[in-house]
Write a protein that binds this ligand. Structure first.
Ligand SMILES: [Zn+2]
Length: 418
């Protein structure tokens, strides 16, 4: 079994400095004393130990208690209307019940973003603005409070707030500058990107029984799978994330491509409304979903960036490029072949759902040149599956079978001159 982990502060000074620079550049920086050490030393994460939310759908106040004065910056994002509060690395130690969405907000998320940073995303039911955003010292002088007073506003006023900020996806820069290298990959090695779904502020699904977060299940399994793959000569597996941090969907794709991955395997354990459905599923990409379940799942997965307060970036228009088209088609054939190899390995060993090879428009499978699959290991909405997902022995067996599948896939590709 594995333990629940508290959000961990960043290790990489490099990334942190980039973020610090991005933060400094951010407009509307209402920060107080900063907790990011200027000399690049690893700062202690702040502790948010309490929270309160009161008010109605005209005015809502949120108060969060910190052990030290937090620096923070605010920005607004449209579609849907959101307020994003960026903080230095923060351990959120209060009970989730203390900050349940109400009043002007229909969803509240908080958690780690990149290393050395955390974020609160408040999704509103209508256009909102913060009348007050400040840090106050407690009366006893021991702690500090972040006070956010939100009030309803007009569509036009909200649009003006969005437009007035120069914040421009600043947090995209921090991660691309710190792509984890596929260490020690030798020429000729078969490089595999193992992608633990969700992370940081995006917890993913929550287990029915033990309330286990999907982001923890996927990370534990990703580590087991990468370790297992790395025991094979000629295979070099690496993780897109190796701790509890948020990565956008395009960052995951980018990390795989920049490390010249020959395969991308994204791992998930979602929930379904139908609690009796259980077993593994392997997905490949397609513009048209194979069925309703696949379509719904892809739609939910693709919300990850929105949950984390990312702006929805319009997809660049498809360029009519015959070469890219050919690459895409070839990659697609390889992805399907890998998916089938994985399902062959599962046969009689691992339970799967009906028609276990499905397809839908998953953003994370969009690399045109890296064969990619998304594996739903099981469903956290099913009590039996949840038990297996938390079972280290089961994880080991699953990792063995997937490694066999990768080896078989690789030899078939080599045999066909790929
Ligand atoms: Zn998921």
């Amino acid at each position: 079994m594995f333990k629940r982990e508290r959000p961990v502060a960043g290790q990489s000074g490099n990334r942190k400095n980039v973020f610090a620079a991005a933060l400094a550049a951010a407009a509307l920086c209402l920060g107080m004393a900063t907790a990011i050490a200027a000399d690049g030393a690893k700062p202690e994460p702040l502790l948010a130990y309490g929270a309160r939310i009161i008010g109605d759908d005209a005015r809502t106040r949120i108060v969060i208690d910190f052990d030290q004065a937090p620096s923070f910056s605010i920005h607004y994002i449209a579609n849907p209307e959101r307020i994003v509060v960026d903080l230095p690395a923060t351990a959120f130690g209060f009970d989730t019940k203390q900050l349940e969405a109400r009043g002007l907000f229909k969803d509240i998320r908080y958690g780690a973003m990149g290393e050395g940073s955390a974020r609160i995303v408040l999704t509103a039911i209508k256009p909102v603005k913060l009348a007050i955003a400040k840090v106050q010292q407690d009366e006893d002088g021991k702690g500090h409070r972040l006070v956010l007073d939100a009030e309803m506003t007009s569509k036009e006023a909200f649009a003006a707030l969005v437009k007035a900020q120069t914040w421009n996806g600043a947090d995209d820069q921090q991660v691309t500058s710190a792509i984890p290298a596929a260490e020690a990959a030798k020429p000729g090695d078969f490089v595999i990107a193992v992608d633990a779904g969700h992370g940081g502020i995006d917890t993913g699904a929550i287990g029915v029984d033990t309330k286990t977060e999907e982001k923890q299940v996927t990370l534990a399994f990703a580590k087991a799978l990468a370790d297992r793959l790395n025991r094979e000569p000629g295979i070099k597996a690496f993780l897109t994330r190796d701790n509890d941090e948020f990565l956008s969907l395009s960052e995951r794709v980018q990390i795989a491509r920049q490390n010249h991955a020959g395969l991308f395997i994204s791992l998930h354990a979602d929930t379904l409304k139908q609690k009796d459905i259980r077993g593994a599923t392997v997905y490949t990409i397609s513009d048209k979903a194979s069925d309703k379940l696949a379509a719904d799942l892809a739609e939910r997965e693709n919300l990850s960036d929105q949950i984390a307060g990312k702006e929805t970036v319009a997809e660049p228009p498809e360029v009519a490029d015959i070469l890219l088209d050919l690459t895409r088609r070839e990659t697609q054939a390889f992805s399907i072949s890998l998916a089938e190899s994985v399902l062959n390995s599962f046969k009689d060993q691992i339970g799967t759902i009906n028609n276990p090879h499905r397809h839908a428009g998953f953003q994370v499978l969009r690399a045109p040149d890296v064969p990619s699959i998304l594996v739903e290991l099981g469903f956290l909405s099913n009590v039996e599956d949840e038990k297996l997902l938390l079972d280290e022995t089961w994880r080991g067996k699953m990792a063995d079978l997937m490694t066999d599948a990768v080896k078989r896939y690789r030899s078939s590709v080599v045999a066909n001159g790929g």
